[in-house]
Design a protein around this ligand. Structure first.
Ligand code: ZN
Ligand code: ZN
Length: 260
């Protein structure tokens, strides 16, 4: 099963990165609907897809307006299921698809997370969702497929005592946001985002097998936008007791991972 990193920026698109969307073509599951959602075009392999929204800040939902180009014979797509918390669905319908902002809403089928409960079946997986730490609220998701598990966690501040890590124990693959560097910790806390030292430390502490960092500052064009190399070197020098995840990657747009 392949995971496609379609958009790896937060906030706004840049020449190198579009905003948040990750896609599993096999079960037809997308995480978030940022500006990179147009890239689903060549990847949709199912008649129905499910979009799991973390929250409704524009960098995660603007791509919902692109769906007309993905329907109607251009792809196999016939049905689009959107999953989000109730107040987020209301905000999308009332604001993003207000006729002053967008002419006609695509034919979405809405699924309210609170009505489904904390765990439900989706595309052959057990899907669970849990609150994160972000202004306005956001949720993370974990999908447990037979043989492989994957979690998607953005936008959030990651602290040593952050409750949401309880849901990530032993996960095979974790996609976690890392918008800021260690030096920008104050700004990260202020805006509800993360920095690499804490994310790596928590991933190690909770037995995460493979960690993919994403949601980077679009204005930083360096291939290591958050100084991950120095963070890992420091952990090695300090001989940190917990095992680091066996793979830590900085996501780039259009990168794909074979999950199983
Ligand atoms: Zn964001
Ligand atoms: Zn946000």
């Amino acid at each position: 099963m392949k995971l496609h990193c379609l958009g790896t920026a937060g906030y706004h698109p840049s020449e190198a990165r579009h905003t948040a969307c990750f896609f599993l073509p096999e079960p037809g599951i997308a995480f978030d609907a940022g500006s990179s959602l147009f890239r689903l075009h060549g990847l949709i392999a199912t008649e129905s897809i499910s979009v799991l929204l973390s929250h409704t800040h524009l960098d995660h939902v603007m791509g919902l307006t692109f769906f007309w180009d993905l329907l109607g014979g251009n792809t196999p797509l016939k049905r689009i299921h959107i999953y989000a918390q109730r107040e987020k669905i209301d905000a999308i319908r009332e604001h993003l698809f207000h006729s002053s902002l967008f002419p006609v809403i695509p034919p979405f089928e809405w699924h309210v997370l609170e009505d489904l409960g904390p765990r439900f079946e989706l595309g052959g997986a057990k899907c669970s969702w849990f609150p994160l730490e972000h202004p306005g609220g956001a949720v993370g998701y974990r999908l447990d497929f037979p043989g492989v598990s994957l979690a998607y966690v953005t936008d959030t501040t990651c602290e040593d005592d952050s409750e949401y890590w309880r849901n990530l124990q032993g996960v095979d693959w974790l996609v976690h946001e890392c918008n800021f560097t260690d030096q920008e910790k104050k700004m990260a806390r202020h805006t509800g985002h993360s920095w690499p030292t804490e994310v790596v430390a928590q991933a190690a502490k909770h037995g995460v097998e493979r960690l993919i960092l994403t949601h980077f500052n679009p204005m930083v064009s360096h291939p290591d936008p958050v100084g991950l190399r120095e963070v890992l070197q420091k952990r090695r020098l300090e001989n940190t007791p917990e095992q680091a995840p066996r793979l830590i990657e900085l996501a780039r747009d259009n990168m794909a991972f074979e999950l199983i």
